[in-house]
Design a protein around this ligand. Sequence first.
Ligand code: NAD
Length: 354
Amino acid sequence: MSVFSAPDYDDHEVVEFVRDTDSGLSAIIAIHSTARGPALGGCRMFPYASEADAIADVLRLSRGMSYKAAMADVALGGGKSIIMGDAATQKTEAMLLAMGRAIDQLQGRYITGEDIGTRPADMAVIRRETRSVSCLEEEHGGYGDPAILTALGVFQSIRAGCQAAFETSDIAGMSVAVQGVGNVGQHLCRMLAEAGASLFVCDPVQDHLRAISDLNPTVVALDDIYAAEAQVFTPCAIGGTLNDDTIPLLKGRVVAGAANNQLYRAHHADALAEREIIYLPDYVANGGGLISCEAEWFGTDKNAIKPRVLKIFDTCLDVIEFAKEKNTNTGSAADQLAVQKILAAKQANKTKQA
Ligand code: NAD
């Protein structure tokens, strides 16, 4: 098992292996880049099948956070941490406190938050050992659930996609297929309905569908959402749903949503482009919540967050334009733009130090 030659190692600044025998904690903290600011990324707890899987995941997620922060234009770098274990049966307070101490030793270079397998209450425990926690609930001194701002950013990405595909960012009268109406999906459906769009939705949880029944969406079976007669497909559930089987089914010209890692493989951005579908990369579209977390971390004005999230519209248009210029797909275009921004910050830091 190697770290330096792992596909997503990409010159990570720090990869720290943490073992606390008293609590049974086995964890990895990865800092991809602090060129733009302290590295922020959630703490995931997952029963990885192997150490190699855990290393691959933390490196991939950590680099992804650098790209997301760069495209959201926040003064943050990218990092991530993982705890190896089953969150439902193996998580203990002692383990979380040990994780907090390990994070604290990084002296603010890495800031954690909740992720799959960790909850706001876990962050409150970690916070007892370190200040380096963000995206906290209001009762714990944070700016609260960022899902509504994530939804607003996705809404902007849909408008940008429609601008590129249909030469109008006005979505009144259009129909949007929303896959997954959880936290982000429900906020988004309300924004879309208010803007005059009609909705196709699916979700395995009936209560989540009921929560938006006042919007009169057309509810379809999970597998039928791809072929819904909608101009826009919006994945807001799980990763990997855009693949060889589903892309041929899409009826619309725009894909933009909140779900992380929507493409099963990177080359599926090409498959979408070949079908002349405008794809807005997930980490560009879903950066609204990160803008809120950054404001919380630096203690800046809450009222300044929304105008910054609205700018995701322009960022999406920049990505589409850059993809055209470089004759590449939008996924690769966003990656290239993110890398440029990180390298520019690195260069500026060197110049300051000289
Ligand atoms: P959530 O868990 O509240 O909602 C996900 C919804 O998807 C749930 O209602 C679930 O029942 C549904 N779902 C699960 N499998 C499905 C399937 N096969 N088909 C249709 N629906 C299915 O999560 P969320 O906070 O709304 O986040 C949605 C996505 O956006 C996730 O991928 C998340 O990682 C990503 N994201 C969220 C945020 C945020 O601020 N919450 C920020 C960035 C990215």
